[in-house]
Design a protein around this ligand. Structure first.
Ligand SMILES: [Zn+2]
Length: 253
């Protein structure tokens, strides 16, 4: 079975601790990790549906894991592919689009990177430049997770939080799912697997319902990915009790 390490950039506590990896607009905070975790949770589901095995190097909506721990885990587990999911930021508010990075000397990384760019572009997502950058020592592209992983590795930046149009897209559950689908299609094509679409169940669920559930995760009121696939199902009393308890504790400091 092909094993994929999915690496959701940063952690739930990153923005609060460093006042970085997120953006505040009109009093509303958009944290990068929450976007990354959301894309990875869809991606994990899509890959598993397609018969891949998935290892998470960063717990979704959990505390930040160091870069070394992430690559150590992937190397130790000997996964077949490492994929890091991020969102970008720039001082220029007009800079927008998605792109990815691969290690400059890796032909396989390059092939994977171009597959990612192809699927993103075909689905109508704006690319930043041609969407592909080679990572090198001594340059700004010298990313730890690309350099220190032994297997083929890629890091994707799925839009600029600092661009109004990209940010509006990134807030929607539909865009997150689309990004995840492109990632899954690129991975499938890379391994010569015919992609099967598991999204019928998502298409039948209104996006405002999905976004309401996403909010529970982002606030830490709901945990465990299995609930994400039960948006239209009733929540058992015990689970409701946990959500209420967390809310109560939060309100009481
Ligand atoms: Zn990032």
């Amino acid at each position: 079975m092909v094993r994929i390490a999915l690496d959701a950039g940063h952690g739930q506590d990153t923005y609060e601790q460093r006042n970085a990896k997120g953006i505040e607009t009109n009093g509303e905070v958009f944290e990068e990790h929450q976007f990354n975790a959301s894309v990875v949770s869809f991606l994990k589901e899509f890959l598993e549906y397609n018969g891949f095995s998935v290892l998470l190097t960063q717990p979704l909506y959990g505390k930040e894991v160091s870069l070394k721990e992430r690559t150590d885990l992937a190397n130790r587990t000997d996964v077949d592919l490492f994929w890091s999911v991020h969102a970008n930021a720039s001082n220029d508010p007009y800079t927008r689009g998605s792109c990815c990075f691969y290690w400059h000397s890796s032909d396989e990384g390059k092939r994977l990177a171009y597959l990612f760019a192809k699927h993103m572009q075909h689905s109508g997502i704006h690319l930043h430049g041609d969407g592909v950058h080679a990572s090198k020592i001594g340059e700004w592209t010298n990313f730890h997770v690309i350099r220190e992983t032994k297997m083929v590795a890629i890091l994707t930046e799925n839009g600029f939080m600092t661009n109004e149009e990209d940010l509006a897209l990134m807030k929607t559950s539909e865009y997150r799912r689309k990004v995840a689908r492109n990632h899954a299609q690129a991975i499938s094509e890379y391994f010569g697997h015919t992609y099967r679409n598991p999204e019928q169940q998502w298409e039948s669920i209104a996006s405002w319902k999905q976004e309401a559930v996403e909010w529970l995760y982002e606030e830490g009121l709901l945990e465990g990915e299995e609930w994400k696939q039960k948006v239209n199902d009733p929540l058992p009393l015990w689970a409701q009790a946990i959500v209420f308890k967390r809310l109560y504790d939060r309100l009481n400091g």
